[in-house]
Design a protein around this ligand. Structure first.
Ligand code: GLY
Length: 355
């Protein structure tokens, strides 16, 4: 079992990473949630049949009364109605401030479980149990929680750090290939923006980090350590944490324009490729470095471009929550392993993206 400590300004906590790590859940919850009697396990329709019974057994074995809330899987259900369902379930069961929530699933689930916890009784504890690669390396760590509204993804939410994250590598065995590939979008992003050693490891693995469980665990660990470092420096996204948005400004527009049918990690990969090309055209990124990064994306079956126009990207991006005032913070990688934040107006961003 490996442990990463996240030292966020508001709260420090451990991320436990390993095979069968879920066995730690009951005892850890007893230690971290003193006085708790009840727990709401939030999960979705694909994950619950696989892991809900196991998770419930761990919690019941530690003496908790377990109530579950299972929603229909999919980004389209990341909305306020489901959150209200979670609030009602906790209220009906008589939850108090010492009780807690467990998020069991991918990023949609951990974001929603965290948001329900952050708002119920003005905030109760949450333990995250991510089951997808994307949620393990990104969504479940760092306390970003929330829901989508018709105008955009994650537009409503709160920073609410978990009390613990348990990443059971064995859970990744049942992940469909395309969902695993999506997670590689965020893994490669971490390599490009801050971790040359990770990039070299991914190149050496030659497109397969899945069949070797030790390599998979180590890769997840490296990603979590990367992200923990960033969150420890800038919990509230006012500085360095924004570099984690590499590929996201463009990717979110592609994702929203598809009606959220294109997976997030795939859209991020497209966004990274589009920004890399723009950096090469601007003369700030060497063509061979862009080719090396794009080759890695392709090696892990990720796309590097999209037919969206620069005009559509800029129009969509100006509605994004990453906009501050009338400028956008665009994340660039001009040297492999280093990201920078560049403020651009709509006109500058359009010029930057245009061939
Ligand atoms: N997913 C980006 C962040 O946590 O800031």
């Amino acid at each position: 079992m490996r442990t990463v400590r996240v030292n966020a300004a508001s709260q420090s906590y451990d991320v436990l990473i390993g095979k069968d790590a879920v066995r730690e859940l009951g005892q850890q919850a007893k230690k971290l949630c003193p006085g708790a009697l009840k727990v709401l396990v939030v999960s979705e329709s694909n994950v619950a049949p696989l892991y809900l019974d196991r998770v419930k057994a761990e919690l019941e074995g530690a003496g908790f009364e377990v109530i579950d809330y299972v929603f229909e899987a999919g980004e389209q259900n990341k909305n306020i109605n489901e959150i209200a369902g979670m609030w009602n379930k906790m209220a009906e069961a008589g939850f108090t401030r010492t009780d807690f929530v467990v998020g069991l699933g991918g990023g949609v689930t951990t974001d929603m479980a965290g948001f329900a916890a952050s708002t119920f009784l003005r905030g109760i504890k949450v333990i995250q149990l991510p089951t997808s690669l994307l949620a393990m390396v990104d969504a479940s760590v760092g306390g970003k929680t929330g829901i989508d509204i018709p105008m955009g993804k994650n537009q409503v939410g709160a920073f609410w750090q978990p009390s613990l994250v348990i990443e059971d590598i064995s859970f990744l065995k049942t992940l469909p290939d395309e969902v695993f590939t999506e997670g590689m979008g965020e893994v490669t992003k971490h390599a490009f923006i801050m971790d040359l050693e990770l990039l070299e490891k991914l190149e050496k693995a030659n497109g397969d980090i899945r069949s070797d469980e030790d390599l998979l665990e180590e890769t997840v660990y490296m990603n979590v350590a990367d992200k923990a470092g960033v969150v420890g420096e800038d919990e509230h996204d006012n500085g360095r944490r924004q570099t984690l948005n590499f590929g996201h400004t463009v990717g979110h527009v592609i994702e929203r324009d598809s009606g959220f049918t294109k997976p997030h990690g795939i859209c991020v990969a497209k966004g990274m490729g589009i920004v890399m090309d723009a950096c090469v055209r601007a003369g700030t990124l060497a063509a061979e470095d862009a080719e090396r990064m794009k080759a890695l994306l392709k090696l892990y079956k990720l796309p590097v471009s999209d037919d969206i126009t620069p005009e559509a990207i800029v129009e969509g991006a100006m509605n994004d929550k990453k906009k501050r005032g009338d400028t956008l913070s665009v994340i660039l990688v001009n040297k492999i392993g280093q990201a920078e934040i560049k403020k651009m107006t709509a006109e500058e961003f359009l010029k930057f993206l245009s061939v």
